[in-house]
Design a protein around this ligand. Structure first.
Ligand SMILES: [Zn+2]
Length: 351
């Protein structure tokens, strides 16, 4: 147990609050980052906050990326190298930050993350997810040096992005169960600390569900803090295990089968109702997970995320094939069992 070294990489400064984009300059100098940054953003966040960011770093250049792809990453790397950028600033929902994270890793420079929506835990974590062909490619990267989360900006994001972020955190419940199962059955490395932190994060979010409402800045606050703590759990674990189990495998499979149908967080939320049922059956907590999702306005059925029953069942029966990550899906769920589980939990209607 003590013969291995542990390497935990965490963001150094996490600044959350109303109008904190105005503290970006200060944060950057606190990190001893000097020189000229390249700002990576997409059209809407650029309109929303690009000006505020550039006011803080006048000597910066900006690159607008339209989609999360390896081509975009290449373009960011080339631009950063051509301009001899000293560090990167990722400004946006998920995509620009994921791209900036991978580019920063490639050219070995620092990254500051400025999320404009609390839509998933990638805004803080050391992981990037980029679509590649018909699947998603999830890679390890360093977490950002700093996260500057301006709740005034984030509260203006579309409401469904916030509910997706919430659902991504609620899915920690099942992710941790999968992790423990993999520890018992496959002896994968498990961190009590990271597991507990991840569960506590979900717990706190559910406890505060009443304060998570559209156009309420406090909501952005609660959700971004939970996303930060989920990201920290992943950094401590050195893997995405604390926040990504079978429900994420099912979601990745849905990305392949029915691309672009629903937000990541909404897919994992619906999938976690199912995987909770697979873990603990009818006596388990699947109703609590469904009700928690409902209470924050997140979808709880395949229809609500625009996925057909057949596509859902295909994802459920094939998700175990995606990657070498042992979960409750084991060697695969049979079609009968998948149908039964989805029907009992109300994720699909019984025919
Ligand atoms: Zn996720």
């Amino acid at each position: 147990m003590f013969d291995k070294s542990t390497w935990i990489k965490l963001p150094r400064n996490v600044v959350v609050g109303h109008g904190v984009v105005d503290e970006l300059g200060e944060t950057i100098s606190d990190l001893h980052l000097t020189g000229e940054p390249l700002i990576i953003t997409s059209p809407t966040p650029n309109e929303l906050a690009g000006g505020l960011v550039r006011a803080q770093v006048p000597e910066s250049a900006t690159i607008i990326v339209e989609e999360a792809s390896f081509e975009s990453i290449e373009r960011v790397i080339e631009t950063a190298q051509a301009q001899a950028a000293d560090y990167l600033i990722g400004l946006g929902g998920g995509k620009p930050i994921d791209i900036a994270k991978m580019a920063a890793d490639e050219i070995n420079c620092g990254l500051v993350s400025l999320p404009t929506a609390a839509s998933h835990d990638g805004i803080v974590s050391g992981r990037s997810s980029i679509p590649e062909g018909d699947s998603r490619h999830s890679v390890a990267a360093d977490p950002p040096l700093a996260v500057v989360a301006d709740t005034e900006i984030m509260a203006k994001a579309p409401w469904e992005l916030t509910t997706a972020g919430c659902a991504d955190i609620i899915s920690n419940y099942t992710a941790v169960q999968d992790w423990r199962l993999a520890k018992r059955l496959k002896n994968v490395e498990y961190s009590e600390y990271a597991g507990a932190l991840s569960e506590m994060t979900a717990e706190m979010l559910v406890d505060n569900a009443d304060s998570i409402k559209p156009n309420l800045e406090e909501s952005a606050w609660i959700v971004v803090k939970a996303l930060v703590s989920s990201g920290v759990a992943m950094s401590i674990a050195g893997s995405s295990r604390p926040a990504s189990g079978a429900e994420h495998l099912i979601s990745h499979q849905l990305d392949r089968i029915a691309p672009g149908q629903a937000l990541h967080g909404h897919q994992v939320g619906v999938a976690s109702i199912i995987t909770e049922y697979l873990h603990n059956g009818d006596g388990g907590q699947w109703r609590a997970i469904r009700d928690a999702l409902k209470s924050i306005d997140a979808p709880t059925t395949a229809a609500e995320i625009g996925i057909s029953d057949d596509d859902l069942l295909e994802a459920l029966t094939t998700a175990h094939e995606i990657r070498d990550r042992y979960t409750i899906l084991g060697n695969g769920v049979s079609l009968d069992a998948a149908y039964e589980t989805a029907a009992v939990t109300g994720v699909i209607d019984r025919q």
